[in-house]
Design a protein. Structure first.
Lengths: 293, 188
């Protein structure tokens, strides 16, 4: 097991610090009512992840042999698309969406590609299309939600989901992938803290795309290359979407809306998380026994 | 030229080619072993193996350049006698068996004679291919009757897993891997 000090430094503090800097720069001039530029949260999530990945795993040359390393390189087009979203006029948003969809489909194919050797072509393409369609739907729904919900609410709920996903992936026998999900959680936590002050901070048109590629990509890798079940993959991806519950028309007060969102997210997240926590507790118990590996 | 001379020539030619033909062997997975040793937390060594190695051995004593060894093990066959540890080893943290399902060794040159050989070849592990040279010792060769004509070889080698991109958890789990490869093969 890695030292707790290393986890704190490289999985939590490093990506959080990078995320804080990137988000703050995007909020210049820094007034409380400033809205973040789309590239800010995208850069915060991607740069935080890349910094931590470099330390935890090291970066191979291009093209990478290991599919997880694609996550590092995919951060570049994510930020570029967010920059296009920043500078393009409102009527050109369909271009940003089309680029985002293309990138997500490409990333799902890149993550799945090694399995083409072991699966029948029909099964491989069916699975890849299923995951790509799910990720595109996730992007559309989260993008719409992010444009309605500003400030700390969405980053906070996504932080909870990412922490839950990290624990579930670790319990699925991949400490490395779990730690990498943890780095995304750290970046989200930092953005959420900034969102408490900057009420107009938004994940729309940049941050959500970064999460669709990096966070969903890592969870997908947890399913494809570790032992995360397909059910848990779907539930972990669906949990943040439950934040839509706060958009029910009869919910007027902000506190109630947040509570409804939180409960809805936790209800779905609990299904994969509770067994994962039990599994981790059992593993920790075994680690202290002589029987343990 | 008389027909008898032609026939005699053919017989001599076939006999001489039979005498110098390469011996082809198929590795017997049940009697072949790929064992490894790795340090655990600096306090002890953990041992494991890859079950059911497969491949071929071709030895041509007359022309060693025609000899070859091809060995393949499935990363998913890693076995350390602990299900949880094996599951961890098979996943993305270590062998990443679904992404890199096979570990292969393909010889590119074999030197030496008799029972002591030096085999150079490409080892592909975790998607990374590197050329290595391994001393190979012939243990024995025998016509066993029902189980066919068999021969056995053994090699020991050391490598660093980080050289093959397996750098996760280096420290708690050692970087230096000691391998023992024991092959038994049936002449085909």
């Amino acid at each position: 097991m890695p030292e707790p000090r290393d986890i704190l430094l490289w999985v939590v503090l490093l990506p959080a610090a990078v995320a804080v800097i990137a988000t703050l720069v995007s909020l210049i001039p820094g007034r409380r009512d400033s809205a973040s530029q789309p590239w800010g949260p995208a850069l915060a999530i991607c740069a935080g992840f890349v910094a931590a990945y470099t330390k935890l795993k090291g970066i191979e040359g291009f093209p990478p042999v290991n599919v997880q390393t694609w996550l590092v390189y995919l951060g570049v087009p994510v930020v570029l698309i967010a920059i296009i979203a920043t500078v393009s006029p409102r009527r050109a948003r369909w271009i940003v969406f089309a680029l985002s969809v293309t990138l997500i489909v490409l990333s799902v194919w890149l993550f799945s590609r090694p399995l083409a050797r072991s699966l029948e072509p029909r099964e491989f393409w069916t699975r890849t299309a299923f995951f790509a369609a799910g990720a595109v739907a996730w992007l559309g729904l989260m993008e719409a939600l992010a444009s309605r919900v500003k400030g700390a609410t969405l980053p906070l709920l996504l932080w909870i989901c990412a922490v839950g996903a990290a624990l579930a992936v670790i319990n699925a026998h991949s400490l490395l992938l779990g730690q990498l999900v943890g780095t995304v959680a750290a970046a989200l936590g930092a953005i959420a803290l900034l969102g408490l002050w900057f009420r107009n901070l938004t994940l729309a048109r940049g941050g959500v795309l970064a999460l669709a590629v990096v966070l969903l990509g890592l969870i997908l890798c947890g399913h494809l290359y570790a032992d995360l079940s397909q059910r848990d993959l779907i539930l972990l991806a669906a949990a943040p979407l439950m934040a839509w519950a706060g958009e029910l028309p009869f919910l007027k007060r902000g506190g109630v809306r947040f509570a409804v969102r939180l409960i809805a997210v936790l209800l779905v997240l609990a299904i994969p998380l509770v067994p994962a926590l039990k599994g981790l507790q059992q593993t920790m118990q075994e680690q202290t026994d002589a029987y343990s590996y | 030229m008389r027909l008898s001379h032609v026939l005699a020539g053919l017989v001599v030619a076939s006999l001489s080619s039979a005498a110098f033909a390469a011996d082809n062997y198929k590795i017997d997975p049940e009697h072949s072993f790929v064992h490894f040793r790795v340090n655990h937390m600096g306090v002890s060594n953990t041992y494991g193996r890859f079950n059911d190695p497969t491949g071929t051995v071709t030895i041509d004593p007359a022309d060693m350049s025609k000899s070859s060894i091809n060995l393949e093990v499935k990363a998913d066959n890693v076995d350390t006698d602990n299900d949880k540890r094996d599951a961890h080893l098979k996943n993305a943290d270590f062998f990443d068996a679904r992404q890199f399902p096979t570990i292969t060794f393909k010889s590119t040159a074999i030197k030496g004679e008799g029972d002591k050989l030096e085999v150079t070849g490409d080892l592909t592990l975790h998607g990374v291919t590197k050329s290595i040279t391994v001393p190979l010792t012939k243990i024995g060769e025998k016509e066993t009757g029902q189980m066919g004509h068999r021969a056995g070889w053994e090699a020991m080698l050391d490598l660093k897993r980080s050289d093959y991109g397996m750098s996760n958890m280096v420290g708690p789990v050692g970087d230096d891997i000691h391998l023992v490869v024991a092959l038994e093969a049936v002449k085909s």
